[in-house]
Design a protein around this ligand. Sequence first.
Ligand code: ADP
Ligand code: MG
Length: 691
Amino acid sequence: MRPDILNPLFAETSGLDGVGPKLAKPLERLGLTRVRDLAYHLPERFVSRRALVDLDEGNEGEQVIIALTPVEHRAPRMGGRGPYRVLAQDAKGNICALTWFGKAAYTAKKLLPVGETRWVAGRLDRYGDMLQMVHPDHIEEAGAAHLERLNEPVYRLSDGLTQPRMTGLVAQALARLPELPEWIEPGQLAQKGWPIWRDAIHLAHSREHPEARERLAYDELLANSLALLLVKAEGRRRKGQALVGDGALRAKLALPFALTGAQARSIAEIEGDMAQDAPMLRLLQGDVGAGKTVVALNAMLIAAEAGKQAALLAPTELLARQHFETLRKMAAPTGVEIALFTGRDKGRARESILMGLLDGSIQLVVGTHAIFQEAVQYRDLGLVVIDEQHRFGVAQRLALAAKGRRAPHTLAMTATPIPRSLTLAQYGEMDVSRLDELPPGRQAIDTRVVAMERIEDVVAGVERHLAGGQQAYWVCPMVRELDGVPDMADIAAAEARYAALKERLGDAVVLVHGQLRPEAKDAAMERFASGAAKLLVATTVIEVGVDVPAATLMVIEQAERFGLAQLHQLRGRVGRGAEKSTCLLLRGGQLSETARARLALMRATQDGFRIAEEDLELRGGGELLGTRQSGDAAFRLASLDQVQRLLPVAHSDARLLMERDGGLTSARGEAARVLLYLFERDWGVQLLRGG
Ligand code: ADP
Ligand code: MG
């Protein structure tokens, strides 16, 4: 149960003054649904303004605040569309135009009566030979309040919110902050110059304050480390079961290839773990195409040889289906019973799988998170394999783990090449096996960056490619154009691109994206995989796992909009067969230095680990930790730099606390529980008795 002291922080933002249905949406888009979220919605930066006595002192482009007296209102001519201007003068009689476009003009009329002096804050620029401020940020009656405007936070906004609105909401949130028990030792606070929690939040909103920010980031990292350690401790507390296979099933596998050294080593490491009483907690890291599937199959067969069941969890239905097909083919000679279970199974089929899992006649099951459902009971689940672990929370993993009478062994697989310095943050203290060697015979993918203006040539190239009997992917950044967002209007939409390509290339083109019904998606994938369709137009749903060796051309439109890790994953869809493959990165016109460097890196190397490391240098690895907006980011507060500096500290502090007080019952332990709830890492606490 969440400590009561946190109640004010977990109150919904819809209860704040002035928040009606109109603000609820934009707040939700920013993930600001609780008072706590607002408190942690720290300014992106601060504007510092200069207080001017008269306009002569000001420079163009400068943020200022100055006392001005309106002398004349100039409304647009009747029915005209021009701006609304108020001419106002300073103490010396210099004139400045205060300018509004559109509906905002309405405010101007009310706030600036002719002849009455007001404090006006905004950015000075020029209109003809007059100074002007377009949409001033603040207009206030004379008083001390204007001094606060000299240094002002700038918050990330979404459509429908303004800075003053956001500032007002944050102020309401700050007024509700409770005093929390301190989870950091006093000595550490003193040594680092860190404020106590409540002060740190206030300070971080009021001015540049590195110590306050650092403390808040540390809190988040500490919460994360603690939660991971609690999970690990729980894993140790629950007994696992030692699974020793006799090799009988594995011997029947008739693989068309020899294992690579890295595959053999990983399998041996897994076999060693599974033979222990303590449940395995291992991460298998391997680039796209490194051959993780066969490693997973070997692990699953070990469980089956030991008389247990094994489950493989995939992030999407599409991938579950593909894994199932691959495993069924590979495992056919062994005679093990293998089933596919997704949320879509109904009636008889569903019943029969549920029965098979319950009585143990199904030894291996592949599925989506549907295999977590209450209704699914296993006779004796010995191993859980999770593909693309970053898409699942640890909480879900635990839910599955709780199913076995004993804790099952867990093998997580990821193709996201995470730099070594970040594995700890992402995966905690899992043991790691790395597939750092690709199967032999892989050809380098010819990667080229092509300007969007040459799209006609590219389409012609695709046409020739298909005419030559090969297949291709065409990836677009989004499904359809966002309406009402003008600067997004040029974003390539998969639907539009599909329509255009279909017109040119006919029925050989299929479309797959996340908003299609699963049946439609599968049908399209099926046509592509079987070779009936030649060109697959898609959004990033094809990102992970899709395996069609005959596809040898990948076109990625607006490549600069994708993260490097994502580009790497996408490119990994080709180069899977014996034919030489090509990847064309179509880029837009105006590219930043960084964007250029990133695309150049894609051209230069195919080594996922190197791409990850260098991307970290280039842009701070936002995508490795998940984008902050997306809600599945590992950290909302801590920047990459803070993660690198503070994570080791937070981690060792968390360890120390766990060693001294693993049940979190001391005063500091209690405070740490509050911290875990504060950062919604309560899946850690809930493992504790009385959590
Ligand atoms: P990923 O690590 O991306 O999941 P897969 O398991 O899908 O990679 O393997 C990619 C391809 O490589 C598959 O077609 C698979 O059959 C093949 N493969 C796997 N291991 C080897 C190997 N040792 N030698 C040759 N081909 C292999
Ligand atoms: Mg895979």
